[in-house]
Ligand binder design. Structure first.
Ligand code: SF4
Length: 230
């Protein structure tokens, strides 16, 4: 952030001390330090991850934004780039990693697959959007988004950080922040938040299903037994 934007607007600094004095707010200082040291978590899911890797290389160089330190541990990462197709088999692990990240934390959904399933939306094994499970802060469109598009998304995330306030940020509230319930992969993906609905729909389907009483089947007659035995 340039000095002009770090300074609080409306506060005039005498010209002779402008090079040495900055008058700002705690919110601005706090956001300025965080937005310039956002560390992404190092993982990729599919082809979009190749574009993410390109953004970290010398040509695009996300170190210009203080984001080059990709962390292999969620406990050291500030934001998660969901880059690629989210399969039902993978989403429990993604949610678990998100829960292990410390606050403040952010989610960037990169590409058509992470945004809404992309070309595999109708696939039996694909989640139609990571935002069904995680709170997404920035969506990046494209299949795949270019490294420039990713950089634009990261700048958008920085702008979002600039607008936060210590008074309202969720990680400074007194109430505890609940972890996102981890989905369970059984016959299909089940979201624990939807268990009541799933149970209600199952009961309705059971009530509507025709009864299959085995006693209604015709009994085996003695003649049939003789025919089988002969
Ligand atoms: S959005 Fe396109 S490029 Fe990205 S993971 Fe999906 S299919 Fe691959």
């Amino acid at each position: 952030m340039e000095k002009e934007t770090l300074n609080s607007p409306g506060i005039e600094i005498p010209p002779d001390i402008q090079g040495t004095v900055t008058v700002t707010t705690l919110d601005r200082l706090y956001n300025w330090s965080r937005r310039n040291s956002l560390w992404p978590m190092m993982f990729g899911l599919a082809c979009c991850a190749i574009e993410m890797i390109c953004a970290a290389a010398s040509r695009y160089d996300i170190s210009r934004f203080g984001m080059e330190v990709m962390r292999p541990s969620p406990r050291q990462a500030d934001f998660m780039i969901v880059s690629g197709t989210v399969t039902k088999k993978m989403v429990p692990q993604i949610v678990r990693l998100y829960n292990q990240m410390a606050e403040p934390k952010y989610v960037v959904s990169m590409g058509a697959c992470a945004n809404g399933g992309g070309p595999f939306k109708e696939g039996y094994n694909v989640v139609p959007g990571i935002d069904r499970f995680l709170p997404v802060d920035v969506y990046i469109p494209g299949c795949p988004p270019t490294p420039q598009a990713l950089l634009n998304g990261l700048i958008t995330l920085q702008k979002k950080v600039d607008g936060e306030s210590i008074k309202t940020a969720r990680w400074y509230q007194k109430a505890p922040i609940d972890a996102v319930p981890i989905p369970v992969l059984g016959p299909d993906l089940m979201d624990p938040r939807q268990y009541d609905n799933i149970a209600r729909i199952s009961r309705l389907k059971n009530d509507e299903a025709p009864s299959t009483n085995v006693l209604e089947e015709p009994p085996i007659s003695s003649t049939n037994i003789e025919e089988v035995g002969s």
